[in-house]
Ligand binder design. Structure first.
Ligand code: GDD
Ligand code: MN
Length: 260
C-alpha cells in the first residue's frame, strides 16, 4: 500500500520533521458526523495532508449516526482511497448524540493520544501540530483549543450564536470556576488514558459533554494547556445545536454545580 511505502522510506525533509515527533506516538482523530457529506472529503484530505507533512502517525475514526444525506457512503469511499489503517468507520444506526459518539469512537482508538474535532471544517487541522507541540512543551494531559484567548476567535456566527456560546462559557466560569478559557469548544487533544478516565466520570450525552469534561479534568487534577484557534462557521450544511441542546446544557451545568 502506498502509505506504507511512504512510511518505510520517507524523503529527507520528512525524516527531519520526524525527529521532533517521536515515532512511537500515534494520534487517533475522532470525527463525529451527522449530515456532513460535502465536508467529509475536505476535512479528511486536510487531516491527511497535515499529518503526512509533519510525519505524524495517525488514524481517523469516523462515527456517523445514520446520516440521511449518505455521509456513510462518502466515508466508505474515503476508506478505500486512504486505506483502512488510516480511515476507520464506526457507524451507529441513528442519531444518538455527540457525547456518546465520542465514547463509541474511543473504543476503537489505537493511538496513545486522541484528538476530538468537528467534521464541518470549523476546526482547521493546521492547528493540530500546534496542539502536539504544546502538549510536549508542558507535558499536558489535555490541550484545548480556545476561541477566547490570545489570537483565538469566532468567524461567521450571528449575534445570537455568539451570545449562546459566550453565555454558556460565562455561566460555567461563574458557577464552577474550571480555569480554562473555552469550556464548550470541542477541538482538543487528550492523552488516551486521561480521556478514558474522564469518559467514565462524565454523565452527559450531548453538547454539554465538552464542558463536563473540563470540569471533571480539574477535579481530577489533570493539567490543561491551551492553544488559540480561529473557529470558522461551516460553509456546507447546518449546525445540529438546537434548543434542546441548550436546555440540556443548562441542566448539566446546574447538576454539576449541585454535585461537585
Ligand atoms: N455522530 C454524531 N452524532 N455526530 C454529531 C451529532 C450526533 O448526534 N451531532 C452533531 N454531530 C457532529 C457534526 O456533524 C459535526 O461534525 C460536529 O458533531 C459538531 O456539530 P455542529 O452541529 O457543527 O456543532 P456546532 O458548530 O453548532 O457547535 C460547535 O460549537 C459548539 C460550541 O463551541 C461544536 O464544536 C460543539 O461541539 C461546540 O460545543
Ligand atoms: Mn459546526
Amino acid at each position: 500500500m502506498a502509505s506504507l511505502e511512504v512510511r518505510r522510506s520517507p524523503p529527507r525533509s520528512r525524516r527531519q520533521l520526524e525527529v521532533r515527533s517521536p515515532r512511537r506516538d500515534k494520534y487517533s482523530v475522532l470525527l463525529p458526523t451527522y449530515n456532513e457529506r460535502e465536508n467529509l472529503p475536505l476535512i479528511v484530505w486536510l487531516l491527511v495532508k497535515s499529518f503526512s507533512e509533519s510525519g505524524i502517525n495517525y488514524e481517523i475514526i469516523i462515527i456517523d449516526d445514520g446520516s440521511p444525506d449518505g455521509t456513510r457512503d462518502v466515508a466508505e469511499q474515503l476508506e478505500k482511497i486512504y486505506g483502512s489503517d488510516r480511515i476507520l468507520l464506526k457507524p451507529r444506526e441513528k442519531k444518538l448524540g455527540l457525547g456518546t459518539a465520542y465514547i463509541h469512537g474511543m473504543k476503537h482508538a489505537t493511538g496513545n493520544y486522541v484528538i476530538i474535532m468537528d467534521a464541518d471544517l470549523s476546526h482547521h487541522p493546521k492547528f493540530i501540530p500546534e496542539f502536539i507541540r504544546k502538549q510536549k512543551e508542558g507535558n499536558f494531559d489535555i490541550v484545548s483549543g480556545t476561541r477566547y484567548k490570545g489570537n483565538g476567535g469566532v468567524y461567521g456566527w450571528d449575534l445570537k450564536r455568539k451570545i449562546i456560546s459566550r453565555g454558556a462559557n460565562f455561566l460555567t466560569q461563574i458557577l464552577l470556576r474550571p480555569g480554562a478559557s473555552d469550556l464548550t469548544g470541542s477541538f482538543r487533544l487528550y492523552r488516551k488514558e486521561v480521556l478514558e478516565k474522564l469518559m467514565e466520570k462524565c454523565v452527559s450525552k450531548g453538547y454539554v459533554f465538552q464542558m463536563e469534561m473540563i470540569v471533571r479534568a480539574r477535579q481530577l487534577n489533570y493539567t490543561i494547556g491551551e492553544v488559540p484557534i480561529s473557529f470558522v462557521d461551516r460553509v456546507y450544511g447546518e449546525s445540529k445545536l438546537g434548543g434542546n441542546e441548550i436546555v440540556s446544557f443548562l441542566k448539566g451545568l446546574l447538576t454539576l454545580f449541585a454535585t461537585t
